[in-house]
Design a protein around this ligand. Structure first.
Ligand code: NDP
Length: 454
């Protein structure tokens, strides 16, 4: 999709982008993520000559290290399976590599690289001392027993552990990797290394080194960011109708915070379809179905009754709303969806997921009057709270829920401010995409210049 689009870039970036296309052939998601960042960089061209002198862009688009490994494991029937594991250590210029692990059958090198690349700038935006990385496997956890999940995680960590360390590389969860998986991963790391190195993984359970609010942080943070955007127009979440895609960790906690702030979420989804619940999504029921039973949204619709049903074909973005939070996966919202949302009166959209809007949908939102919070800024609350978890681990401390949530709120406000200030400074007021990309890039680039060619 990105092929041929490099003409849209500033002339100085066309050659580096051509290198990305040639060197990462067929890696569409990675190419898309690089293109989107490069599009935002034009205003610094000529203002920061040291960046081109030190070839910062050429270095930042190449991961520091890419690890691919075999993950053999045995299912409950004694059958051997082989999956592929990945860890892309993208940039350690601001701190240890930091970014989640994704277990999903769609995982490939392109997806892990796009996620790792985005993570570098997102982490820089948080202001915390963390570099960027991402990992995962094409393992499909759906329908697997706890025993199978545990054996897979143990095998995955048996290889991955040699690349990790609290000062080296610190993974967390992502799609398909939650509290249960992180427990098995941490247990295996502890056993192999014979070290209780709490700071090596984040998203841990509260009784064994985890932080309050980490589970809620990405969804809560995305809603705090949306609220900040609305405030620039003298509005708030109170009384707004919202649609949230997905029904996993990020979606559930985004719904929770929207309800706490007086908004009403009337639709959510999973990979089998979406439900519309005009009374407002029943969060307790959703949590029971998704987190306890690990079930499908069909069960939610059946138990909830009263005309709520699962819509299997069509798009959740057809449901009229003022606030949209895509919280499922990359490229889940395309140009048609964006047009529909705008026609239906969308006022604000914030990306809980990573790169959920296609390049065309992003362009449409940016040319409209709608507030648009890109994932690098809007979903940074998760990794920021991971950094708070590392901070608590390092000081052998644990903070209260209230203290941690208020730190998260401060961080989201400061990210919001930094996006707006940077967009102002570089001549495009209110452009959160440009503000987020530039603010993150400048932090990374300055550190790279300071450290020389490494
Ligand atoms: P979960 O695995 O908890 O939930 C993912 C949700 O999205 C599920 O409802 C899932 O449905 C749906 N989904 C996943 N893939 C697809 C697909 N290909 N098509 C349709 N629906 C899909 O993951 P998270 O909530 O943790 O992550 C969601 C997004 O947020 C991802 O983009 C992730 O990278 C991003 N993110 C997560 C952070 C975190 O802290 N967890 C931090 C920052 C970003 P089903 O169960 O049917 O597959």
């Amino acid at each position: 999709m990105v092929n041929g689009m490099h003409e849209a870039l500033h002339p100085s970036f066309r050659e580096p982008f051509e290198v990305v296309l040639q060197r990462n052939k067929g890696e569409r998601e990675f190419q898309q993520a690089v293109f989107e960042v490069m599009q935002s960089l034009a205003p610094i061209e000529g203002r920061r000559p040291e960046y081109s002198q030190w070839s910062v862009l050429q270095r930042v688009i190449e991961p520091e290290r890419q690890i691919i490994f075999r993950v053999p494991w045995v299912d409950d029937d004694g059958k051997v399976h082989v999956n592929r594991g990945y860890r892309v250590e993208f940039s350690s210029v601001l701190g240890p590599y930091k970014g989640g692990l994704r277990f999903h059958p769609s995982v490939n090198l392109s997806i892990i690289k796009f996620l790792g690349f985005e993570q570098v700038f997102k982490n820089a935006l948080t202001g915390m001392p963390i570099g960027g990385g991402k990992g995962g496997s094409d393992f499909d956890p759906k329908g697997r027993s706890d025993g199978e999940i545990m054996r897979f995680c143990q095998s995955f960590m048996t290889e991955l552990h040699r690349h990790l360390g609290e000062y080296t590389d610190v993974p967390a969860g992502d799609i398909g990797v939650g509290g249960r998986e992180l427990g098995y991963l941490f247990g295996q790391y502890k056993r192999i290394t014979n070290r209780y190195e709490s700071g090596v993984l984040t998203g841990k359970g509260l009784t064994w080194g985890g932080s309050q609010v980490r589970t809620e942080a990405t969804g809560y943070g995305a809603v705090f960011f949306t609220e900040q955007m609305l405030r620039t127009r003298g509005q708030s979440m109170d009384g707004k109708q919202a649609v949230v895609s997905g029904s996993g960790n990020v979606a559930i906690h985004a719904i929770e915070k929207i309800h706490q702030l007086g908004g009403k979420v009337i639709a959510c989804s999973d990979s089998s379809g979406y439900v519309v619940d005009e009374r407002g999504i029943d969060l307790e029921l959703l949590k029971e179905v998704k987190e306890v039973r690990r079930g499908r949204l069909l069960e939610y619709a059946q138990i909830r009754g009263n005309g709520v049903r699962l819509i299997e074909d069509g798009s959740i973005w057809d449901v009229p709303c003022q606030i949209a939070l895509p919280c499922a996966t990359q490229n889940e919202l395309d140009e048609r969806d964006a047009k529909q949302l705008l026609t239906n009166g969308l006022e604000a959209i914030a990306e809980g997921a990573n790169m959920p809007c296609t390049t065309e949908a992003t362009a449409l939102f940016q040319s409209s009057d709608c507030l648009y919070g890109p994932g690098k800024a809007a979903n940074a609350g998760g990794v920021a709270t991971s950094a708070l978890e590392m901070q608590q681990n390092a000081s052998r401390d644990s903070w209260t829920f209230e203290k941690t949530e208020s730190r998260l709120q401060e961080i989201m406000s400061s990210i919001h401010e930094s996006c707006l200030e940077t967009a102002d400074e570089y001549g495009d007021p209110g452009n959160y995409v440009m503000g987020a990309n530039l603010a993150g890039y400048i932090k990374v680039a300055n550190a790279m210049v300071a450290m020389g060619v490494i």
